[in-house]
Design a protein around this ligand. Structure first.
Ligand code: NAD
Length: 377
């Protein structure tokens, strides 16, 4: 059976977990811990093949992808040491706004170190590798770089899975471009398997469904990987805050006033490495207007948590390609991403994504219409 031909841009911690996972799940099937679906269409996780990779860090560019994923400053858990030797070398991409100036103030082991090589021709490299899908793993705030790769996808006829909070699938004009090109896109901003966003969304719905009025809430996150270091630059953080906050707001029957909801990355703690700790607090009123408080602390390894979802998003994008669907895959985007074109309850997004996977395409438009009126409308 033919493999799914995947390119990655941004060979950081999330890419490391994804690439390790492709090998780890070889021969591990239904019921294996960490997999939502052993098969989607005809494809298991190990039917995804990396055929091209781009980065800008001098410790990664020029290395084979299976070596580059373990190069500094990556610090994701290594759960699969033995990886097959590939002939895929990480190629230099355009830096654009990928590297924040403050990275230079941090030690080599913690920060990006741009190579001074010239960028390769991205479209040509995608074409030469017969790429079908590109996963975008660039740093938060790389507005120009993400758009550059989105354009390259359109030019090279490649589908996109956008894991970054730069709005492409959820932007009307960009969505139209992908629709017009007949290319599927799943985006934006990956929602981890059991991460702070899905837990916070679920609790927000729980309050609403059980009649508890939510008055205020926060979600504070700390971590020690380059994703957290990058987000110390507040000017890069805007879209991440919007993406995370709206993801929770979308689950409320009535939006909270912006002063009563605070969600975002809160600090960089180097020794935490890829361990992310989230603190969620919710204050509300239940029966008899009596106050109720909820406090939660969650500790996860950030990058494998996202790879467990990306591995499905890629296979859904491939289904989209096979079925000739152009534009955002709405159900998969709603279930797998924080900022999809249409927000809906996760229980409904789960059902609609499964229907899509089963080939029940007819359900899509009608159910989408119903889903749009489910929350807050
Ligand atoms: N659970 C999660 O980890 C999670 C969840 C949601 C979203 N995301 C998002 O996914 C993205 C990737 O996360 P990560 O933890 O792998 O980040 P990372 O910092 O580990 O990796 C980013 C990589 O991009 C490279 N890079 C920088 N500029 C580039 C450019 N112009 N072209 C090509 N490569 C460039 C860096 O060298 C680095 O290898 C981030 O935007 C993050 O916010 C991650």
């Amino acid at each position: 059976m033919k493999k799914i031909r995947l390119a990655i841009t941004g060979v950081g911690n999330c890419a490391s977990s994804l690439v390790q996972g492709l090998e780890y799940y070889k021969g591990r099937n239904e019921g294996a811990a960490g997999l939502m679906h052993a098969r989607i269409g005809d494809w298991g996780p190990s039917d995804i093949e990396i055929v091209a990779a781009f980065d800008i860090d001098r410790r990664k560019v020029g290395k084979r992808v299976e070596e580059a994923i373990f190069a500094k400053p990556n610090c994701a858990t290594i759960f699969q040491t033995a990886l097959p030797v590939s002939d895929v070398v990480v190629r230099m991409g355009p830096i654009l706004d990928g590297v924040a100036p403050h990275m230079a103030d941090y030690p080599d082991d913690e920060a990006f170190r741009p190579s001074d090589e010239e960028s390769v021709d991205i479209v040509q490299t995608l074409n030469n590798a017969k790429t079908e899908i590109l996963v975008c793993y660039l740093p938060v705030g790389s507005e120009a770089a993400v758009r550059y790769y989105a354009n390259a996808c359109l030019e090279a006829g490649v589908a996109m899975v956008n894991c970054v909070p730069v709005f492409i699938a959820s932007d009307v004009a960009w969505a139209r471009k992908f629709r017009k090109a007949g290319l599927p896109i799943v985006g934006d901003d990956i929602k981890s398997q059991v991460g702070a966003t899905i837990v916070h969304r679920t609790l927000a719905r729980l309050f609403g469904d059980r009649g508890v009025e939510l008055d205020r809430t926060y979600q504070l996150n700390t971590g020690g990987n380059t994703d957290f270091l990058n987000m110390k630059a507040l000017d890069r953080l805007k879209s991440k805050k919007v993406s995370k906050t709206e993801s929770v707001q979308s689950q409320l029957d009535e939006r909270l006033d912006s002063k009563n909801i605070h969600i975002g990355p809160s600090d960089y703690v180097p020794w935490q490495n890829d361990n992310k700790v989230a603190f969620i607090r919710m204050e509300g009123r239940g029966f008899g207007n009596v106050p109720l408080e909820l406090e939660l602390r969650m500790s996860v390894q950030d990058s494998p948590n996202s790879a467990g979802v990306v591995i499905n998003a890629i296979r859904c994008a491939k289904l989209g390609l096979e079925r000739g669907i152009g534009g955002p895959l709405e159900a998969a985007s709603a279930y797998y991403m924080k900022s999809p074109p249409e927000q809906m309850r996760d229980s409904l997004a789960y059902e609609l994504t499964d229907a899509f996977i089963q080939g029940n395409d007819g359900v899509d438009e009608a159910s989408m219409k119903a889903a749009r009126t489910t929350i807050g409308e």
